[in-house]
Design a protein around this ligand. Structure first.
Ligand code: SF4
Ligand code: SF4
Length: 232
């Protein structure tokens, strides 16, 4: 029988163990240097609260709040955004998660990065028949994130850690699996509208392009994957 936890069951030891098992950098170079030159604020896009608001599991927030001063609960006034955008962000926050803001990249404490920092720019891709088969990209960041245009640079170690930590999370939390199944469905709809295939870093170590309509996987040379925005 599957052991399911509720989000509040995660204790500090669980969180630390998840962090320690998901600590490798995405690439061997500092990708923040590649993207920050394109951001007027000079920050890496994923560490700029005006571009990305990190979310954490509530029990993860409990661990962070008692161990570091890096984070505070997101107030909504950290960036001068329109009310409509704030309301949308709140509405889209998955149940059991809380939005956070950090002190910024010049004061980052690597050991206390949230899981959402560690997984960016990827999310666990779930097929329509409910299999977690690999990493897909957060498509809203295609034009900004250097990694999404340079997927060949993602290390195998990072990919393995990503898969392992999400296998563990999904064994504990059915609702997180359901959230990502829904997110994956949205990705298929987005790419079906574009009439394009999307890249997938499969858990078997291979790169594929996925056809959004029938979910067929086509093996692809990682150096031939699409580039976007600033990185074309
Ligand atoms: S993950 Fe993407 S957005 Fe974040 S620092 Fe690296 S290149 Fe920039
Ligand atoms: S904690 Fe570090 S990695 Fe995460 S958003 Fe803040 S600066 Fe970026």
């Amino acid at each position: 029988m599957k052991v399911l936890k509720t989000l509040s069951d995660l204790d500090d030891g669980d969180i630390r163990s998840l962090y320690d098992g998901f600590d490798s950098p995405i690439t061997t170079l500092d990708c923040g240097r590649k993207c920050s030159v394109h951001n007027p604020s000079g920050r890496p896009f994923c560490c700029d609260i005006c571009h990305a608001v990190p979310a954490a599991y509530k029990s993860e927030w409990g661990y962070l709040a008692s161990n570091t001063d890096l984070w505070h609960a997101w107030r909504g006034d950290e960036c001068n955004q329109a009310n409509g955008a704030l309301t949308k962000l709140r509405a889209e926050t998955p149940r059991g998660m809380i939005l956070l803001a950090c002190l910024g990249p010049d004061k980052c404490q690597r050991d206390y990065r949230a899981l959402s920092c560690r997984q960016f720019p990827f999310f666990p891709y779930i097929t329509s028949d409910y299999r977690f088969i690999g990493l897909a990209c957060e498509w809203e960041f295609e034009a900004k994130c250097w990694v999404i245009s340079n997927l060949s640079r993602v290390t195998d170690k990072y990919r393995r850690e990503f898969i392992r930590v999400h296998d563990q999370l999904f064994a504990w939390f059915q609702d997180q699996f359901d959230n990502y199944a829904y997110h994956s469905e949205k990705m298929r709809a987005e790419y079906a509208t574009r009439k394009q295939r999307f890249p997938l870093l499969h858990r078997n170590g291979v790169y594929y392009l996925v056809s959004p309509a029938n979910e067929r996987l086509t093996r692809v040379d990682s150096n031939r994957l699409p580039r976007y925005g600033y990185y074309k």
